[in-house]
Design a protein around this ligand. Structure first.
Ligand SMILES: CC(C)(COP(=O)(O)OP(=O)(O)OC[C@H]1O[C@@H](n2cnc3c(N)ncnc32)[C@H](O)[C@@H]1OP(=O)(O)O)[C@@H](O)C(=O)NCCC(=O)NCCS
Length: 144
């Protein structure tokens, strides 16, 4: 498995398609709902087994010079629990350190809190509820 940066239009098409399929389609959300206004100011990574076919995706952006945020972590259903999520998160933590950030914040779905705790993130506050059903918690990790 390799962690790559999506570069071409085809890479990004596959990257966003996976994000949508895992994080939006199950809740009946349309194509496009998987993106926000920060895509061009973010760092994107995809985990690939075959050449440039993503089986996992994740994004990082800066909220301010000290704080980075991870969003849109998604791993193909039949590839979960194989270490792909950890590899993506560690790669984004590396990017955050290179950017000079001191901490990472994220909003975890209830189902994924255990995954982020495994990586050393701690719940700090309740966060939003998406589509009136998916509860989130704010989690933090210090990088230094
Ligand atoms: C959450 C997600 C990104 C984790 O990626 P993954 O590749 O499945 O996770 P990993 O295999 O790297 O997990 C490593 C460890 O984290 C922990 N972990 C992973 N998923 C977990 C879960 N759902 N609950 C509790 N602990 C979990 C386990 O300790 C696991 O090690 P183990 O399999 O040896 O027990 C992935 O399951 C996913 O895409 N889920 C659906 C979308 C989602 O919820 N995204 C997060 C939005 S906030």
């Amino acid at each position: 498995m390799h962690i790559l940066t999506p570069e071409t239009a085809e890479d990004f098409e596959r990257y966003f398609a996976l994000r949508w399929r895992i994080l939006r389609q199950p809740w009946g959300q349309p194509l496009g709902s998987e993106r926000d206004t920060l895509e061009t100011q973010s760092w994107h990574r995809m985990a690939c087994v075959e050449e440039r076919i993503p089986v996992g995706v994740a994004r990082l952006h800066l909220n301010n010079p000290e704080q980075a945020q991870i969003r849109y972590m998604a791993v193909e259903h039949d590839r979960q629990r194989q270490g792909i999520g950890v590899a993506l998160a560690l790669e984004l933590e590396k990017v955050a350190r290179l950017l000079g950030a001191d901490e990472i914040v994220l909003h975890a779905r209830d189902d994924s809190i255990g995954f982020y705790e495994h990586l050393g993130y701690r719940v700090t506050a309740p966060a939003h509820t998406l589509y009136e059903t998916i509860r989130h918690s704010e989690m933090h990790k210090r990088l230094r």
